[in-house]
Design a protein around this ligand. Sequence first.
Ligand code: TRP
Length: 451
Amino acid sequence: MDINREQWGSKIGFVLAAAGSAVGLGNIWKFPYLVGENGGAAFVLLYLLCVVLVGLPVVIAEILIGRTTQKNPVGSFRELSKGNPFWMFIGGLGVLTGFLILSYYNVIAGWSLGYVVESLKGSFQNLENPAAAGELFNQLSSRPQWTLLFHGMFMMLTVSIIYAGVAKGIERASKIMMPALLILIIILVIRGITLNGASAGIHYLLKVDFSVITGKTFFLALGQAFFSLSLGMGALLTYGSYMSKKDSIPISALNIVLLDTLIALLAGFMIFPAVFAMGMQPAQGPSLIFNILPIVFNSIPAGYIFRIIFFILLTVAALTSTISLLEVITAFVVDEFQFERKKAAIVLGIIVFVIGIPSALSFCGWQNVMIFGLTCFDFVDFISANIFLPLGGIFIALFVGWFWGTKNSVPHLLEGTVKFPVFLVSTWSILIRFVAPVLILLIFLSSIGIL
Ligand code: TRP
C-alpha cells in the first residue's frame, strides 16, 4: 500500500465527492430532455430498472477495484490481472472515454456558466414565455465567441481545482454546494407543481405508456444510467482509490445511487409540470432546461435572485462532475508517467479544450458537419455515453465477477463493513456475475435490431 497516497478527509468526504461526480448536468440537463424525447414515464421506469439491476452492482464493483488497488484505472487492472494486456486496455478505454465525455460535457457546463452571466444582466426579466427564452438561447449558442469563451473559462475552473489536489479542492466544494442545490431544486419543484395546468406534467412523469417502449428506449435509458452515475470509465474507481479501508463500500454506493436518482427524479418534477403548464412540447432536445427554467423564475417572488443562485449551483454541480473526469485522466498520467500533478492538470485541460471545440461548434457554424448522420456533439455523446460506458460496465462486471472472481473480491468488499447480511452479498454476486453483463448485452443487441 502506498502510504503517501492522499485520502479523503472524512467518511462523508468520499460519499460527497462521488455524489458530486454523479450529480451534475446528467441529472438536471440531460435526464429531463431524454425523458421528454422518449415518452415520459416509460423512460423513467426503464431508467430506474437499469439503475437498480445494473447501476448499483457495478458502482459497488468499480469502487471495490479502486479501493483494493489504490491506483488509477490502468494501474488497477494491471495489478489485479497481473499485467494482462487485455484488462489494461479496458482501463485505457476508460481513460479515453473520460477525455471524450469531458470534452463535450464542458461545453454544456460553459452554457450554464454563461447563464449565470445572463441572469446577472437581467436578460430574462422581460421574457414572457419559453419561446422567447428559446430565441435568446439560440442567439447566444449560435455565437461561437460566446460558446468558446465559456467553454474555455469552465475548463480553467476545472483545472484550477484539480491543481489544488483531491481532498482540499474537491471535498470542500462538494460539502457546501450539494445541499444548497437540493434545496433550490425543491423550491423549483414546488413552484412548478403549483402552476396552473401542471397536473398534465405530473401525469406525464407517472403514467407509463408501455406502447412507446422499444429496444432503443432501453438502450438510451441504460446509457443515461451509466452517464448519470459516472459509471463505466473509472471515475468511481479513481475516487474509490482514495477511500479509506475503514469505510463501507456497499453503504457508500447505496447513498451515492439514491442521491443521484433522487436528484434526477426531482429535476423531472422541476421541469415537466412547468413545460405543460406553459403549453410547451416536452421533446425540445438539449435546450429544454435553458428554455423553460429562466421563465419559471419570472413567476417566483425575487425570481431574479433565485435565478442567479440556481445557475450558480448548476455550474457548481457541473464543476464537481468535470473535476471527476479530469481527475481520472490526471491520476492516470501522474501514476503511469510520473508527470507532476500540477503540470499534468494544465496540459490535459488544454488538450481537452481543443478536443471539445468541434462539439462546441456543433451549435454555431458546424451544424452541418456530420459523422454518421450526427453532429460532432451528438456523435461524441453517443459513442461515449451509449457505447463506451456500458461496454466498460460489462467488462468491470465480468472482471470482478469472473476474472478476479467474487470469491477473491468479496473479502475486500466487506472490509470496513460491520456485519453485512450474507444474502445481500450473494444478491450482489448474482447481479454482478449474471444479471448486469447479460442485461447490458441484450440491450446492445436489441438496439441494433438483432433481438
Ligand atoms: N455523472 C455526471 C452527470 O450526471 C457526469 C460525469 C462525471 C460522468 N463523471 C463521469 C459521466 C464519468 C460518465 C463518467 O452529470
